[in-house]
Design a binder for this molecule. Sequence first.
Ligand code: ZN
Length: 708
Amino acid sequence: MLRRMKPISVILSSSRHHYRRGVTTWSPLTTAFNTRPEKRINFTRNEVGLFGVPELTSYEGFYALKEKAIFKTDDLIEEATSATRTRKMVTIFDELSDTLCKVADLAEFIRLAHPVPNFCHAAEDACISISGIVEKLNTHKPLYRALKAVVEGGDRMETTDVDKHVASLFLFDFEQCGIHLKESDRQRVVYLNDCILQLGQRFMAGAVHPRSISKNVLPEAIRHFFSADGDNILVSGLYADSANSMAREAAYRLFLYPDAQQEHLLSELLKARLQLATVCGFPTYAHRALKASTMETPEMVNEFLQTLNEQLRPRAEKDFAVMRKMKASECGANMPLAAWDTPYFTSSLKRTYLQASASEYSPYFSLGACMEGLNLLMNSLYGITLQNTEMAPGESWSHDIYKLAVTHETEGLLGYIYCDLFERQGKPNQDCHFTIQGGKVMDGDQYQNPIVVVMLNLAQPRWSGPTLLTPSMVDNLFHEMGHAMHSMLARTEYQHVTGTRCSTDFAEVPSVLMEYFASDPRVLRSFAKHFQTQEPMPEAMLERLCASKNVFAASETQLQVFYSALDQIYHGPASEWRGNGESTTETLKKVQEQYYGLSYVENTAWQLRFSHLVGYGAKYYSYLISRAIASWIWQTYFERDPFSRTQGEKYRRGCLAYGGGIPSRLLVSNFLGREVTAANLTNSLINEIDTFSERLQPPPGSVAGSLR
Ligand SMILES: [Zn+2]
């Protein structure tokens, strides 16, 4: 989720070769995913409804679903506030949340993914109705008082630590909306939340807006790099991959030129967030955002960023030295390295390592082979199989969806993963994971199995051959499947904390960990086979692929540290970014000097294009922390043997199983047997960077090689 900042390029399968169908040694899973999904004609007409929900045989069913949810909500409120209730408060709250989430999450997914407009509209209406109910619940004082009494004074039934933790999370959600404040303050919270939403939406729209300038501003030699609009030229991005350094520089300076409107929106947004935090009793917005996170406080985040920054600086400097050398050989010795060069030289050196374009790797990564690779891995780590399962008529929103049953060798069915993997008109161009139904213990000890969707945007398989993935698509597939398996393997008592429903700075740990598996030669060797010949990927190619994933890791990490630090300072005390009427750009300049190895470029305002400031406000550091923890888990448990069942079981029982059921900081330190400190987190990342740079042999004959 977090990492999806780059547009996903889609490589079409090399269709000139005929797919040899006579081969019979592929597994059924491989064959299923390597075969073009066919539209089936339904002769029986007995449709089961989307996801098997009986109401959803037609879009009108959303109305019935919503009505049912309202009735059930009323009953549960009555139960929670009754003097004679016989169930635990947290159980009732979780059922209340489950009732609303099941409609809201399903509707939200259908709204985004269903190809039929009537379904999208009905789903959108359902989303709006459920938000309306949630808003009403958030101001329901008797319900709030009933929960608060239990959190503060204990329930009348016996409760566990998990019960107490989950109840306090529900209470915190309640208080986020200001229900505990006096009426005028509560009104102010509602008003500020509305302002933040509006300012955020306008800022995000402005962040991607292309810049239009008169073409005379640009030297003639580079005009053709940009799209023309009459006498003007449109600059719609950073052109970071362009081999022409003048074009990169022009795009950087023009696209990032300070925009007064964006500056206004961002500073108003930050002000409104700070005011919101203050009304709710927090010193800063970051303090509010980080409550219940792994890092717990902004002070802890800052300590981590500073420690990591110090360790990274000399290592990133080495990366920049290599890049300077590369630039000198391309552009002449007197051209300094600048911010617009780093993505270009990073991908350039990656290509040098690969010694082939990413698409030459693709024949070894047919979708079916990759799914079989995931199956083998899940099987050896957890004793789980992924089985492609026939869907009933009406269960799916499109004909090209696969449904995987996730089955454990002794525990039986754990849940379902629907795979919506192919591009489709109108589908969001984003790789992501959706929870449709969270796992939870039901009355009578039954378990409500989780249901999730994994969404990618791969090319449709053709008649002539299967869908082939580039190495970065393989990483994305493993990443999203990591989220899905987090949902499958968390057997939490409450759906409110199941799988990915944990703190933002822990949610990416299982998915990032899967990227470590996808970057390991032993794992890749187990499934990377040519889609026509079944030949394994040649060893030399495999080694180069794994090496290419770690080039310039220090400077890339340093950039993430800089972004995270900027996000923390913007959401920290006002004095740090508005002191003496400072603009957000002046703050950027200071932070860049402190955290990044390349200088700020005058008259640019990169932060005004950084839309993650809206969605992740004060939590942009989450990806770095998730990576630090995932790397730590990898080094401790899996680096020696990525197929170890013993280690897989430990990871499942000691980490995944809890979801967000215990505070993630405690979860991580219990599982790793060490405190989650700035130093320990930094060590895991630095250790990884150092290990790879020792192993990384410079490509023979390359400019980078001649320096080292
Ligand atoms: Zn993710």
